[in-house]
Each structure stands twice: as structure tokens, then as C-alpha cells.
Design a protein around this ligand. Structure first.
Ligand code: NAD
Length: 339
């Protein structure tokens, strides 16, 4: 940490999420500053760095991590290059906030778990930001209180207005449903043991070759069942909803009723356009809590184990998508560091 106790953060990957995190650390987060930005697109990194006092642009994560100004790393590059950056951060024993996914598959996530275990202490928080959303936090507190008894079912909806070109059916699991995978494990504190994927007839607005929407079912170790509607080209906006059905009550979040308007004989409200606006507060809280914990010398939040478990369930989900069959997950035993 610098002599002022401000955490110097290197942000790796300055695309949509990375640039937003740079803005956040500069303008919203207290106790941290952006000391370095890294992007293989040198011009992009330089442009960002030029606008920030004391920030240096790099094209290589290792170069930034070697800087004495860098105390911690925020990884927001594409999933396939997370493993290399994580292992480089471990070599320097630097704390990391890694955007989801930890890595894109279970085998590489296991390598990260092994490397972190070799360090002997946890260093990684994974960017599953729903755990920091005010509504999800309320739902979690309610379920944990036991007021409504055991949770039997979760009904989840995950809708995007549209997808960028090249968005595949597998990405519906790996990039989108991965959030419901983490939400389920976090809310219920149970591992997911099996996945089934049903494909209704595609929407006529679905891009060629994309089976959209899909209906995903999880079974959990404790016997709960979770359904997820994933509809990534719904056309009307970004909606993430979750209803927990318990033994003596149910609770739902994500209805977006922050403000209801009445006019001209109709009532209504607004639907978020994308995750950046829907989860803005959650991202702010996630990064602030990471900075606060790091400055205290602690590691909190979703662990590398959570990242691994999500990757393993995604793999089962992609197999279930391809075969149409109920597919068991196959997780290794949870190492002591993550118990
Ligand atoms: P993006 O494509 O907009 O940006 C990625 C950036 O990383 C690009 O500028 C690219 O040049 C750079 N890059 C590529 N390889 C690199 C490397 N080896 N080293 C440094 N920089 C490199 O992607 P994005 O949408 O910003 O996604 C980034 C990450 O954030 C992904 O892991 C994605 O899954 C995650 N994400 C999370 C959420 C969330 O809600 N938590 C939402 C969107 C994306």
C-alpha cells in the first residue's frame, strides 16, 4: 500500500467492464486509486491512463504487477486469459478481484485453486456481483433467518434485450446462467448436483442458430429445485428476477418497482437496458468491499472455490444442452482452504 494507505489498483482489461471499474475506482470508491491499466490494445490503455493522475499504461499484466505502485489487481480481461493473470498475481502474492468467470472451464479453475492453496492463504474474490445487490442481500437475509422455513424452489428469470454478434448457445450457460448458478449456491448454501436444459421453440427474433429462450433446471444437494428462464434476445430490456418458494412463504426480487408511474389511464415503470445500470449499486458495493477488506489485509466474498464450482456446473450445463439429458455435476472434494 502507498504511504497514504491508498490501495494502488492495476485494472487488467479496459473494455466494457474494465473501463467501468476504472471509472468506479476513480469516482466512487474510497481508499483506492487506479495506479495502472493494462490492455493488449496499447492505444486504449494509454488513452485511459492519460486521463488519470499517476496512472501508467501497460500492455502486459506482469509489467503492471511488478510496479511498486501496484498493491492489488482487478482482472477484467476476457475469461480465457484470466488464468495467466491470476497465476502472475499469485507469484507476487497480490490480492485480486477477478471478474467472472474465474476461468472458462473446470480444469483451469482447478489449477488456480491449486496455485492459491500453495500460497497457503486466499487471495481471490470472484466478481459474482449479485451477492452485493441490495435486493438479493435482502432475500439472502430472509432465507438465512429461517422465518419461512426451508427453501424448496427458486424460480429465476434472466432476460437480455439482445446479444452481440457471435453469441452462442453455450454462452447462454457460460456467460449468463453462470450468475444463476452462483446465486443458487449462495442463496441455498448447497452445491448443484444435476442440470437439465429444455429448449422451447426459438423466438422468431432469435439470431440464426441460437436456441433462444432456454429453460434450465438445477437440482441441489439438499433437494431443492431451481428453474431458470434464459432469454437473451427478448427485445424489451434487461430483467433479472428470482422468487424463492419456502415452506411457509415466498419472496421475490427483481421486479424493478423502484418507481411506479400513473398517467393517461395506465400505470407503469422502467425496465433497465442492461446489467451496467441494473447492477450499478452492486458493482459499487462489490468493489468498495473488496478495497476495504484488502486494506484490512483480509479476503472476503465469492472465493476461487465458488469460481471453480460455477465452472464445473457450467460444463454440466453445456453437456445437458447438447444431449437434452439430465446431467450430473462432478465436483472435486472442497479443499480445506475454502471450507
Ligand atoms: P470486453 O471485450 O469489452 O473487454 C475486454 C478487454 O480486455 C479488451 O479491451 C481487450 O483488448 C482486453 N484484453 C484481451 N486480452 C487481454 C490480455 N491478455 N491482457 C490485458 N487485456 C486484454 O469484455 P467485457 O465485457 O468488459 O468483459 C470482461 C470480463 O468481465 C469478462 O470476464 C466478462 O465475463 C466479465 N463480465 C462480467 C459482468 C458482470 O456482470 N459481472 C458483465 C460483463 C462482463
Amino acid at each position: 500500500m502507498t504511504k497514504h494507505g491508498t490501495l494502488g489498483v492495476a485494472v487488467i482489461g479496459t473494455g466494457r467492464m474494465g473501463a467501468d471499474h476504472v471509472r468506479r475506482i476513480n469516482a466512487v470508491t474510497s481508499g483506492a486509486r487506479v495506479a495502472a491499466v493494462v490492455d493488449i490494445d496499447a492505444e486504449r490503455a494509454k488513452q485511459l491512463a492519460d486521463g488519470i493522475d499517476g496512472c501508467t499504461a501497460y500492455t502486459d499484466p506482469a509489467g503492471a504487477m511488478a510496479s511498486p505502485d501496484v498493491d492489488a489487481v482487478l482482472i477484467a480481461s476476457p475469461g480465457p486469459v484470466h488464468e495467466a493473470a491470476l497465476l502472475q498475481a499469485f507469484e507476487r502474492d497480490l490480492p485480486v478481484l477477478c471478474e467472472k468467470p474465474l476461468t472458462p472451464d473446470a480444469a483451469s479453475a482447478l489449477r488456480v485453486l491449486e496455485a492459491e492453496q500453495k500460497l497457503g492463504h486466499r487471495r481471490v474474490q470472484v466478481g459474482f456481483m449479485r451477492r452485493y445487490d441490495a435486493e438479493y442481500l435482502k432475500l439472502k437475509a430472509l432465507l438465512d433467518s429461517g422465518q419461512f422455513g426451508r427453501t424448496l424452489l427458486l424460480h429465476c428469470r434472466h432476460r437480455n434485450a439482445s446479444t452481440p454478434p457471435g453469441f452462442t448457445s453455450q454462452m447462454m450457460i457460460n456467460d449468463s446462467v453462470v450468475h444463476e448458478i452462483d446465486t443458487t449456491r449462495w442463496l441455498l448454501e448447497q452445491e448443484i448436483t444435476a442440470v437439465t436444459v429444455l429448449r422451447p421453440r426459438p423466438s422468431s427474433a432469435a439470431p440464426d442458430g441460437l436456441a433462444d429462450p432456454q429453460f434450465v433446471l438445477f437440482e441441489t444437494a439438499g433437494g431443492a429445485v431451481v428453474d431458470v428462464e434464459i432469454f437473451v434476445n427478448c427485445g424489451w430490456g434487461y430483467q433479472v428476477q428470482c422468487e424463492a418458494v419456502c415452506e411457509s412463504g415466498s419472496a421475490r426480487v427483481g421486479d424493478g418497482h423502484a418507481m411506479v408511474t400513473n398517467a393517461a389511464g395506465r400505470w407503469g415503470g422502467e425496465i433497465d437496458a442492461d446489467f451496467v445500470s441494473r447492477f450499478e449499486d452492486a458493482y459499487d458495493r462489490e468493489v468498495q468491499q473488496w478495497v476495504d477488506a484488502t486494506r484490512r489485509g483480509e479476503v472476503e466474498g465469492p472465493t476461487a472455490w465458488d469460481g471453480y464450482a460455477a465452472a464445473a456446473v457450467c460444463e454440466a450445463g453445456v453437456r445437458a444442452q447438447a444431449t437434452g439429458e439430465r446431467t450430473s455435476t462432478n465436483l472435486v472434494e472442497r479443499p480445506a482452504l475454502y471450507r
